[in-house]
Design a protein around this ligand. Sequence first.
Ligand SMILES: Cc1ncc(COP(=O)(O)O)c(C=O)c1O
Length: 428
Amino acid sequence: MPQRTVSAAETELIQKAHQYMPGGSLGNIGKDIVISEGSAGRVRDASGNEYVDYLLGSGPMLIGHAHPEVIEAAREQLDKGTTFFANNDKAILLAEEIVRSVACADKVRFTSSGTEATFYALRTARAYRRRDKILKFEGGYHGMHDYALMSMSPADPHDFPRPTPDSPGIPRSIQDEVLIAPFNDLETAAAIIEAHHDELGAVIVEPFQRLLPPQPGFLQGLREVTAQYGVPLIFDEVVTGFRFAYGGAQEFYGVEPDLCSLGKVMAGGFPLAAIAGKDELMTHFDAASTESDAFMPQIGTLSGNPIAAAAGIKTLEILRREGAYERIFATGQRLKDELQRMLDEAELPAKVIGEAPLFDVFFTENDVTDYRSTLLADKPMLARFNELLLARGILKGDSKFYISLAHTADDIQRTLDAFASAIDELKR
Ligand SMILES: Cc1ncc(COP(=O)(O)O)c(C=O)c1O
């Protein structure tokens, strides 16, 4: 098997990472690899090895690394100052573009991370509804705050709707405020919402949960039952926003929530995220237009940072150009189809799941439609496949292929060759 060559300089950095950082990592990807540069659809490690990149910084780099126009936009802003803690032209213009393009967005409030965005989206819904409980879906990822870390990845899940905390350090009382439902099971989710509607402040869902597409009617049904009881519906579009379509998953799947969280793509690779939604909810951020006991303070030193906003505006402009989404979808569909074909030909039980811009393989014979079915897949086999790909110059996350507009025909060919050779080895 080809091995990644690791230089003395990278080895030293890896040793320092273990010496100075818990777990030897930033907490993100666990691999002992130091990435030192990226350009378009490729990255290079500190030893000079080059990879076709499907990690894409965990998704933000949809148009590719170091896009010259985005760098120029960020650089122009750098020369003018890096942060002001005051309204700035770039943040205002980015908010305008989000309202223009995202169906549920009447108003926008910026944060620095997606975690903050989902946290504030939940608080906004609770402030509006004046109820405390939230419902989230098992396996749904909404960042790292206390409410999000309920049944995000339980090894041994409780019966619905009881949550399982994903981390120590979360107050026990949070468990009493969170209900858990199964993704893609409208009947069970609707029954929980009906039974608890009078206590519910919000329902939050990833419209495309991790890698699981919603089954036909699931999001529509959630929209109907939440509307029936007046419970705000939040789409967490941190991943899907501006990726599945310019208007996000709400455009792609044709269902409009009351609020959404955005991040990743719209920030052009910088720390910026947003809560966007209907006027009647977003008004809680406005001291002048809401009762004093309904006003929600929300302050962040870097919220609406002008460099991030400048990069975001330019990224969105590039995505609006003709053919951008067609290209992303064509690349993703080709890789997805070819991967499934090669795995079938090799007679390895495997399902390639997702949509063209974001997918991965589950090594299983079973249908994969909800969190519990993902647990039946062979995880060590996926980890081995990822390792084999890395050794062949393909970098991806533990469980995701993110597709970029910058991936070239050469990148695709290199990936297909790596698939073939990795699958060959996997069979042995
Ligand atoms: C759906 C979803 N929501 C929220 C987040 C949290 O965003 P951040 O990592 O910027 O805090 C993520 C991050 O991957 C995400 O995928």
